[in-house]
Design a protein around this ligand. Structure first.
Ligand code: ZN
Length: 168
């Protein structure tokens, strides 16, 4: 790393900070002219491929996951920050797995698991698209399963959140 002021080749790192998952920011000082400057190191990430139901492969798209979740969260008291965090968690969970391929089914399941913790209505909406509910019975079954899963106390907490939350 050369100093951008005097061109000297030796600099010292005085501060290192992650900028999201994508880059590392470093503050450096030149050992000759003593000026300070900042560098960014981009992290090259592996492409992940999604195997779709019909067997086609396509590049993993964070935006696509985001879109599906946004739709499910429409008019729910969930902030865009929460949704972004959820998408990030989904992606990092996928990246933790071995290999560079993941099925759309697996992605759907990860999203559902995380949505379930965040908002039950959004979860049911997402599940109804993802599981392709064919009739009202399969819809009702899913709701019943969710109700059984969640204990009463948790329900009260969620309802409070709904009452206080802003509409998005
Ligand atoms: Zn310098």
């Amino acid at each position: 790393m050369h100093c951008p002021y005097c061109g000297y080749h030796e600099t010292k790192v005085i501060e290192t900070r992650d900028v999201g998952d994508e880059a590392i920011r470093r503050r450096r000082v030149c050992l000759r002219c003593d000026k300070r400057f900042t560098t960014y190191e981009r992290i090259e990430r592996m492409d992940i491929f999604v195997i779709k139901k019909d067997g086609r492969r396509e590049r993993f798209s964070r935006n696509k996951v985001m879109k599906g979740i946004l739709k499910a969260c429409e008019k729910r008291p969930i902030s865009i920050e929460e949704i972004e965090r959820l998408v990030e968690n989904v992606e990092s969970e996928i990246r933790k797995k071995d290999g560079v391929e993941v099925s759309s089914r697996e992605i759907g399941e990860i999203v559902m698991r995380k949505l379930k913790e965040l908002d039950h209505v959004a979860y049911i909406r997402f599940a109804s698209v993802y599981k392709e509910f064919k009739d009202i019975d399969s819809f009702a079954r899913e709701v019943l399963m969710l109700k059984n899963e969640v204990n009463k106390k948790e329900d009260v907490v969620k309802e409070n959140v709904v009452v206080k939350g802003d509409t998005v």
